[in-house]
Ligand binder design. Structure first.
Ligand code: ADP
Length: 604
């Protein structure tokens, strides 16, 4: 080899042992797994060892400092080869050897472990063929447990150290004498291969599960959109049928047969309502019921699927949690899916970025009712104008084959399935943070124990709905109960009315062509924040991705169409009872400003 060529361990070994070694091809993900499993064996079995390893510059060393400090605690001696700079040797156990040339190890993988019971070498050279993901990068690889071959490899490394670090040669020779390559210990090899197989099976299963879910999700998403539209269209007429039949049934002077027939109509409408609801549930891929689980445990069981990918990019993962965090009421598999999607995005965002790359998972108790999960990466971030688009199905900025554009829309669906909250904070210099609130299942008293209130009441009520039948029905039911009712089919006009009349309760539909109920609410509280406390929403479509988050965010009561007259009257009465300062005529109440809808990206 000419002196101009960079000093490469792979080339040295194959030049010398070429005929006796048959390089195989391995992916980077496999090299990471094999290396980690070997190192874990040394760590867990506490095997005194001599370890030779190569680093791409010294970044890997810095990122895995803790692990290597622990390894150095067990190992007798660690000899590190690097193409670029390494930090100074921290103790006598370390020998740092800088190889010549422009970082040959950037293209190589090197690990040699010598213990008293077995020795193994793993050395690969990047084929530099284009691949879709970093983990799939292929390496020509030497991999052996054979003592004879390893003795020769050690001799090659000995020569390198003699030439580059003659001052530490004696230390290395003492270590080599202590660990001559022995025949492998069958028990340890069984342990090693068992762990590798376990790991491969887990990865394979995780991938299969992910693929199955992605295929399922995309079909269900399309189906869900259709069903949600159908449900909305059906729930409005159903509300009319149920409501007017209810009115007939509640009119005292009716003939008994009319009452009986009205009862049949109500019953049939109820059956139709159940069918609509079941159709909607079909569109929700919720395979199992939520159960209480430790979020930290779910995180630990999930990160194993992405650790190899992170290591292959030199990404550091930091998981922190408050000591006392309540269990969360979740569907475990779905939360695992959510974590995998967010972590995969973070890894892809960090891949190839300069400097120390970092992913942080933080768990903390947000309130009694919510546990917060934060996933942060210090990658390039997402431009503010993209914050909404990234949640759209099939929106991706990745190369074809690399991104499906479904990851974040699935994340949003999963958060909604748990009635949680999702927030994206990201900008060019801040990296990206997704924070998610998951329920603990603990509800504040007020939420579980509805206020017992008198259904009959006096007061001025405004009803806003674009559907004339619904408006008519609500007007009749509320008037019968003694309220003074104004109705409006156009929310814009409704907004003008609230300026002039002191409404005690404002009932508003959510899905209206002129102005969505969400916008009506925002404009209402801008006019007068206290009015936000007086609103009761009605909706025929609570499955829209945005609706649940909006309703939760406002904290105001809502009714799902079709609802009964009793449900309507009791909601109105509760709303009035919850405003103690409100008089019979619905005069102004002074109170805290109502909650705004969460600033989560899906809140419209
Ligand atoms: P995909 O990963 O298939 O492209 P996603 O729905 O998961 O689909 O993400 C949509 C887009 O959002 C990505 O293509 C990327 O542009 C952006 N994105 C998601 N997560 C991050 C992140 N952590 N950092 C930077 N950009 C991100």
């Amino acid at each position: 080899m000419s002196s101009m060529q960079p000093l490469s361990l792979f080339t040295l070994l194959t030049d010398r042992l070429g005929k006796r070694l048959q390089p195989i091809q391995a992916t980077k993900a496999t090299l990471v797994d094999v290396s980690h499993t070997l190192e874990d064996l040394v760590l867990h079995e506490r095997l005194p060892a001599l370890i030779f390893t190569g680093f791409q510059e010294s970044s890997h060393w810095r990122e895995e400092t803790e692990r290597y400090r622990e390894l150095a605690g067990v190992a007798h001696q660690i000899c590190i080869f690097a193409g670029g700079q390494l930090p100074p040797e921290s103790d006598q156990k370390q020998i740092h050897v800088r190889l010549h040339g422009p970082d040959p190890l950037r293209q190589e993988w090197f690990l040699l472990v010598l213990t008293e019971r077995f020795a193994a070498v793993l050395c690969g050279r990047d084929l530099q063929a284009p691949t879709l993901s970093e983990g799939d990068r292929r390496f020509d690889t030497i991999w052996t447990f054979e003592p004879d071959l390893i003795t020769e490899i050690v001799a090659v490394l000995h020569e390198v150290v003699a030439r580059e670090r003659p001052d530490r040669l004696v230390d290395l020779e003492t270590a080599i004498e202590r660990f001559p390559p022995p025949p492998p210990d069958a028990h340890l090899l069984t342990l090693f291969t068992t762990r590798m197989i376990d790991d491969l099976v887990r990865q394979h299963e995780a991938r299969l599960q992910l693929e199955r879910m992605l295929a399922y999700e995309s079909r269900l998403r399309a189906l869900g959109q259709v069903l949600s539209g159908v449900a909305h269209e059906l729930n409005n007429p159903l509300q009319g049928i149920l409501g007017f039949a209810g009115l007939i049934a509640e009119t005292p002077e009716q003939a008994p047969t009319t009452l009986e027939e009205a009862g049949y109509i109500v019953e049939a409408a109820r059956r139709a309502q159940t069918i609509v609801q079941s159709l909607l549930q079909l569109a929700r891929p919720n395979s199992s019921e939520p159960a209480l689980a430790s979020l930290n445990e779910i995180i630990d069981q999930t990160v194993i699927f992405v650790r190899a990918d992170m290591s292959s990019y030199g990404i550091n993962l930091n998981i922190t949690s408050e000591p006392e965090v309540a269990p969360v009421l979740v569907n475990r598999v779905r939360i695992q899916q959510l974590l995998i999607n967010l972590l995969t995005n973070a890894i892809q965002a960090l891949a190839g970025q300069p400097g120390a790359q970092q992913i942080e998972i933080i768990v903390r108790q947000h309130t009694l009712e919510w546990v917060e999960l934060r996933i942060h990466d210090n990658g390039p971030g997402i431009a503010t104008e993209m914050h909404e688009r990234v949640f759209e199905p099939f929106f991706t900025t990745k190369a074809p084959g690399e991104g499906t554009g479904l990851g974040l829309s699935i994340v949003r669906t999963i958060v909604e399935e748990h009635q949680g909250h999702l927030k994206l904070e990201s900008g060019p210099l801040r990296g990206t943070t997704f924070s998610i609130l998951l329920p603990t299942g603990v509800k504040r008293k007020a939420e579980t124990e509805p206020v017992q209130a008198e259904n009959r009441g006096a007061g001025l009520i405004l009803v806003i709905d674009d559907d004339p039948q619904i408006v008519l029905l609500l007007e009749r039911v509320l008037k019968r109960a003694g309220y003074v009712v104004r109705t409006e089919r156009n929310p814009e006009v409704g907004l003008r009315r609230v300026l002039h009349e002191p409404f005690g309760v404002i009932i508003s539909d959510l899905l209206m062509p002129e102005m969505p109920g969400t916008e009506f609410y925002e404009r209402l509280i801008r006019l007068n924040p206290t009015l936000g406390h007086r609103i009761l929403f009605i909706t025929g479509d609570a499955t829209r991705p945005t609706t649940q988050a909006f309703l939760q965010g406002t904290g105001q009561p809502y009714l799902l169409k079709p609802f009964t007259t009793q449900q309507l009257l009791s909601s109105v009465a509760q709303l009035i009872a919850a405003q103690p300062a409100l008089g019979d005529q619905g005069l102004a109440v002074v109170g805290p400003a109502p909650k705004r809808a969460p600033e989560a990206d899906e809140s419209r």
